[in-house]
Design a protein around this ligand. Structure first.
Ligand SMILES: NC(=O)c1ccc[n+]([C@@H]2O[C@H](COP(=O)([O-])OP(=O)(O)OC[C@H]3O[C@@H](n4cnc5c(N)ncnc54)[C@H](O)[C@@H]3O)[C@@H](O)[C@H]2O)c1
Length: 366
């Protein structure tokens, strides 16, 4: 008796493009180029030398200084948007309307309103919209999520989280420090990663209120700068955003989050952290420090205090964000991938800025 071998067909190859070739765009280029099921066919950026460099490096023939021309002519299935934040919405919406699935960089947009218009475009067109929160795809975050899922920490009532740099203000005078283009300073740029990571770890509770303050202590004096970002520095552009934000968030389940984000502070070194206080255990994740990363869980075993160092799997980061996007494009339900979680992050950022302006706690949503 012969048995028929089921015909297996290779997945349809996807035609990918990337708009923006700064540090962020380069991560997307590398991830698409490494995926054997994707053809990276088109690049768009304003720097000719980067179009040449990455086009040549990955054999990408189609290179466009004009991103709209790329959408018209490159016959894309998927595109990454890794441009200054105020361009995410117009570029993503145009791509979605051209029938292209979109992976955009964080923060989603410069305002909650712009983020909402992106979600609406995804719903309207039935095309997928994802936002690349690469840090939540770290191996230690996955391990901590597993610890939480197992119940070791019990109920988590409080999370302290933050990303504070010693001297890491992106190019003073670039789009990063112009309010209308970036939508905010350290909170929108790096705080959003820690906000995303923390709410992800807590199981996506809705944030009900925000009480925040913002400060601009170093940027306006030309201090605390760094080489982040490749965009041109405009002369005479004032420093319009915060370089420190502190926020206290109340969640729908009664838990609270303390969030801090700063591009520059007089501290020993950069530090990213999430600390969780649970009814059965506590946990601390620290990364980005010169001392190295650590994930530690404190609980009780047989009535004795115990310290646990969970085994940590490989990091995913941008490669995982791109891989997840490709998987969702191939097999996901577009109705479930319309950028809504990222919109919630944008709403929290906006509430924090509203609260800081008002000097009072503000509500979010209903
Ligand atoms: N996920 C992360 O870890 C991470 C890290 C850095 C930046 N980002 C985000 O990625 C985005 C880009 O940041 P960056 O640091 O790479 O910025 P950047 O300023 O260094 O680079 C921006 C790129 O966008 C291109 N661009 C600008 N206008 C364009 C246009 N009209 N048409 C085509 N290309 C255009 C520029 O030519 C440049 O290549 C931002 O939203 C930022 O918040 C994310």
């Amino acid at each position: 008796m012969t048995t028929a071998t089921p015909a297996t067909s290779a997945p349809r190859r996807l035609r990918a493009g990337v708009i923006g070739l700064g540090w962020a765009g380069q991560q997307h280029v590398a991830a698409y180029a490494a995926d054997p099921t994707v053809d990276l066919v088109a690049l768009s950026a304003m720097e000719d030398h980067l179009l040449t460099r990455f086009g040549d490096e990955h054999g990408v023939e189609l290179r466009y200084p004009d991103w709209q021309e790329m959408l018209e002519k490159a016959d894309l299935d998927i595109v990454s948007v890794a441009t200054p934040t105020f361009l995410h919405a117009p570029m993503a919406i145009a791509a979605l309307e051209a029938g292209v699935h979109v992976l955009t960089e964080k923060p989603m947009a410069q305002s909650a309103e712009a983020a909402r218009s992106m979600v609406e475009a995804s719903r309207r067109t039935g095309r997928i919209l994802e936002v690349s929160f690469n840090h939540r795809r770290r191996g230690d975050v996955a391990a901590l999520a597993q610890v939480i899922e197992s119940g070791v920490l019990g109920e988590i009532h409080y999370a302290k989280t933050g990303w504070v740099r010693r001297a890491g203000i992106p190019g003073l005078g670039t789009w990063f420090t112009q309010a209308e283009k970036s939508g905010g300073g350290a909170l929108a740029d790096i705080g959003v990663h820690m906000l995303d990571m923390t709410l992800h770890l807590l199981g996506e509770p809705a944030v009900r209120t925000a009480s925040a303050s913002t400060y601009a202590d170093f940027g306006p004096r030309g201090r605390g700068g760094s080489g982040f970002g490749i965009s041109d520095v405009a002369d005479g552009v004032p420093f319009e955003v915060e370089d420190l934000a502190t926020a206290f968030l109340r969640l729908e389940d009664g838990a609270t989050v303390l969030l801090e984000a700063s591009w520059a502070q007089m501290i020993p070194s950069d530090r990213c952290s999430v600390t969780l206080y649970g009814t059965e255990g506590g946990a601390e994740l620290v990364f980005g420090t010169p001392e190295g990363d650590h994930l530690t869980v404190w609980t009780e075993v047989a009535g004795l205090p115990a310290e646990v160092k969970p085994a940590i799997g490989p990091d995913g980061r941008h490669a995982a964000a791109v891989a997840d996007f490709i998987e969702v494009v191939r097999n996901g339900d577009p109705a479930e991938h319309t950028g809504e979680i990222a919109l919630r992050r944008a709403e929290v950022l906006e509430a924090c800025y509203r609260s800081a302006a008002a000097g009072a706690e503000v509500g979010i949503g209903a």
